[in-house]
Design a protein around this ligand. Structure first.
Ligand code: PEP
Length: 249
């Protein structure tokens, strides 16, 4: 269960939320929890989450290790800040900051080389879905974002995928479990064909898009949905904790 805080929460609010998550008595044999705070809260998250089973992710990064890239952060900087993971190619990065799949690919390879686990986001827009192009878009995003992935001879443990239909992000409009399952199954088949069947069975494919306490269980019952990437509902204790405890119901 991955929390994407986006550009939200003061340090005080971040502290209160992390403390509540730590106290939630989560069964970490059943669920892995990942928190992606804004860069300015990474040090706080690292301090509070040291010696817990909760992972920390950056929300983005540059592909170079350092240099004249004003406003950017490198893979090594994220690692130094305590991150084990990084979210890449979120639809807000793709649409608002013009990140192409070719850029996502450079970042994915850089993350893997730095031993940071990339969570690579893909998903179609509403017009693409309505035009019947969902699978074409997913396929081309996978082809381009994961280009040369196999050449790096890494294992599935170093890659997470997140299917996030753009029309479901922050809109309150969730894909139905059947709609999400259909695309997750397509993604798993793509991995079988392009990376390997063992990896396809074991890789985690997360669903993201208006995940809430009242839809997480049904989503998680789908055979190809292995977890969730949660935006809005990850910002509050009373919604995030029931989501990470989905296994109790
Ligand atoms: C997200 O930001 O990745 C996301 C899925 O947001 P929300 O849960 O708010 O739709």
């Amino acid at each position: 269960m991955a929390a994407n805080w986006k550009m939200n929460l003061s340090l005080d609010d971040a502290r209160a939320l992390i403390i509540a998550i730590k106290r939630a008595e989560t069964d970490f044999n059943t669920v892995d929890v990942l928190i992606a705070p804004p860069f300015t809260a990474l040090a706080l998250a690292y301090e509070l989450l040291a010696e817990t089973d909760i992972f920390i992710a950056g929300q983005n990064m540059h592909w170079e290790t350092g240099g004249a890239f004003t406003g950017e952060i490198s893979p090594l900087m994220l690692k130094e800040a305590g991150c084990t993971h990084v979210i890449l190619g979120h639809s807000e990065r793709r649409s608002l900051f013009y990140e192409s799949s070719a850029i996502v690919n450079k970042k994915t390879i850089a993350a893997i080389n730095a031993k940071l686990t990339p969570t690579v986001c893909i998903g179609e827009s509403l017009s693409e879905r309505e035009d019947g192009k969902t699978f074409d878009i997913i396929k081309s995003q996978l082809n381009e974002s994961l280009k040369d992935f196999r050449a790096h001879e890494r294992t599935y443990e170093e890659l997470i995928l997140a299917y996030e239909p753009v029309w479901a992000i922050g809109t309150g409009r969730t894909a139905t479990p059947a709609q999400a399952q259909e695309v997750h199954s397509f993604i798993r088949n793509w991995i079988t064909e392009n990376i390997g069947s063992d990896i396809a069975q074991d890789i985690r494919i997360l669903y993201g898009g208006s995940v809430k306490p009242d839809n997480i269980k049904e989503l998680m019952e789908q055979p190809d949905i292995d977890g969730a990437l949660i935006g809005g509902a990850s910002l509050k204790t009373d919604s995030f904790i029931p989501i990470i405890h989905f296994y109790e119901n």
